[in-house]
Design a protein around this ligand. Structure first.
Ligand code: T46
Length: 147
């Protein structure tokens, strides 16, 4: 397991958002199609997360997402079927862009963490691959088309 800014092929990578700072505090903004490479169709957030909680444990067929720790910190582990990479999220102006067909797991939440996720599509349970063997088999069929 390695800690880097990106996976070798860029399928999961840190992105830095702008920050505007003045004596009143810091302001960070994000624009779909600019700071993130897709139009933002959905925003959701995780909070009241027990520190020993483990979330994720799935991949998506077409969904792209950017994951942020707005407050607190946690570990995000990604797996492209070949390489495993871990990111530590603790800076609200820094998110991890996760491409389609990447297995992800989240753990080591600090007390009071708020995780915000920007997503390229509305929620669709049919887009989830929640079984690791199915994920691995899907990667063996690279030409497979998902709607
Ligand atoms: C991901 C990680 C980072 C909805 O009804 N609407 C939604 O937009 C979402 C995200 C979830 N749900 C329902 C589906 C489940 O019944 O909420 C329940 C919990 O979802 P899940 O177990 O998938 O939550 P996490 O934290 O394991 O995963 C979530 C996202 O689902 C996933 O896309 O990448 O956060």
């Amino acid at each position: 397991m390695t800690t880097k800014r990106t996976t070798p092929d860029g399928s999961a990578r840190l992105i830095d958002l702008p920050v505007v700072s003045d004596p009143r505090g810091d302001l960070t903004f994000v624009e779909g199609g600019n700071h993130v490479p897709f139009d933002i169709a959905r925003v959701y957030y995780l909070y009241n997360v027990p520190v020993d909680s483990e979330r994720g444990g799935h991949a998506h067929k077409v969904l792209q997402q950017v994951v942020f720790a707005l407050s607190g910190s946690f570990r995000l582990k990604v797996d492209d079927g070949t390489e495993k990479t871990e990111f530590w999220l603790r800076n609200p102006r820094q998110g991890v862009l996760i491409d389609r067909l990447i297995w992800r797991e989240m753990d080591s939440f600090s007390q009071g963490t708020v995780c915000m996720v920007l997503a390229s599509h509305p929620y669709d349970e049919a887009d989830y691959i929640r079984d690791y063997n199915e994920f691995a088999n899907t990667l063996k069929r690279p030409g497979q088309k998902f709607e």
